[in-house]
Design a protein around this ligand. Structure first.
Ligand SMILES: Cc1cc2nc3c(=O)[nH]c(=O)nc-3n(C[C@H](O)[C@H](O)[C@H](O)COP(=O)(O)OP(=O)(O)OC[C@H]3O[C@@H](n4cnc5c(N)ncnc54)[C@H](O)[C@@H]3O)c2cc1C
Length: 289
């Protein structure tokens, strides 16, 4: 089966700084990594390929430097890498990003064989919207399985995939028909180490680089800033809480005296608490009689 994995190159959030005046993310000089959620997606795709046969194509949309992330993915064992890069894509919001990526996935299918599964991460650690995966599925007319924690079964003959999806309060087991887009959760597997052979192959591999025209994007007006209806009105860092810790009690007090002093302080500041507690205690006593 032909599997496509969408990966995004993101700034290493552990080293991100916010500009003190403009409150924008300062990307200059910040090392980049593959979005961590996308590594879970890549590993799952590689496991399926190893089990069922076929090929894994990794795809990213970004500036030319995003090639580094594609080479890294090849080191892990992906078979092919496609970089989607063009000035028309600059400033894309999630709508424009999913439009460009879905056009490229259609082209990948036409060039190297029909795509059965598209994998994406649950979300990125920089944009954080979790919209691109579902956006691609909708544009391609694929079924979509989001927040997937495990792939239970893929039956290529029946064209069925079964997964475990983490939901609030439990786990759902879902089944749907191929082709499908799957977004993977963190912790769903452990990324393999790349072999020396794949590292050497990755270093010399040809990365297929497509601009909008080569990727068969039908309408460049739907890409980049022009195709992005979302406007970031304001960006601001959370205001630090200025409350300082207060000291209660005096040096030399016993534990019991300190506890009494703390309770007195709480009751003084929140006058209704004592009455509420007494009422609650009386109710409890009544219940136990
Ligand atoms: C008005 C506006 C302007 C913006 N301008 C900029 C800007 O100038 N520079 C900038 O860096 N960001 C900009 N952004 C952020 C940019 O739109 C998002 O980073 C992008 O749309 C992807 O959204 P996300 O990061 O939330 O991805 P999510 O929806 O959280 O990603 C989910 C998954 O989709 C896949 N995916 C997402 N993006 C890509 C990609 N590019 N290639 C391959 N797979 C991908 C990955 O598998 C990822 O795990 C802007 C956003 C808005 C709203």
């Amino acid at each position: 089966m032909h599997i496509v994995v969408c990966i995004k190159q993101v700034p290493d959030s552990a080293q991100i700084r916010v500009h003190p005046v403009t409150n924008t993310i300062m990307r200059q000089g910040v090392p980049t990594i593959i979005n961590p959620y996308d590594l879970f997606a890549l590993e799952e795709a590689l496991r399926l390929r190893d089990r069922l046969g076929g090929e894994v194509t990794v795809l990213t949309m970004g500036p030319p430097m995003a090639e580094d992330s594609l080479r890294k993915a090849l080191t892990f064992g992906a078979d092919r890498a496609v970089l989607l890069t063009d000035r028309f894509f600059a400033g894309s919001d999630t709508l424009a990003t999913s439009y460009a990526l879905s056009s490229a996935i259609k082209k990948i299918g036409e060039t190297w064989g029909p795509v059965g599964i598209v994998f994406a991460g649950k979300q990125t650690i920089d944009g954080d919207t979790a919209q691109v995966g579902p956006g691609i599925a909708t544009r391609m007319g694929f079924n979509q399985l989001t927040y997937v924690a495990a792939i239970c079964d893929v039956d290529t003959e029946k064209g069925i995939v079964e997964v475990e999806r983490r939901a609030e309060g439990g786990v759902q087991v879902l089944q749907t028909k191929l082709p499908v887009l799957i977004t993977m959760l963190e912790g769903s597997n452990e990324m393999r180490r790349g072999s020396l052979t794949s590292a050497l192959r990755a270093a010399n591999a040809e990365i297929t680089t497509w601009n909008a025209e080569a990727a068969g994007v039908p309408d460049v007006q739907s890409c980049g800033l022009r195709g992005s209806p979302t406007v970031v009105k304001r960006v601001f860092a959370p205001t630090p809480r200025a409350e300082r810790a207060e000291e209660i009690g005096k040096p030399g007090m016993s534990f019991e005296e300190l506890a009494d002093a703390a309770m007195d302080e709480i009751f003084a500041r929140h006058p209704t608490v004592e009455a509420d507690l007494r009422e609650f205690a009386a109710g409890q006593q009544e219940e136990w009689r």
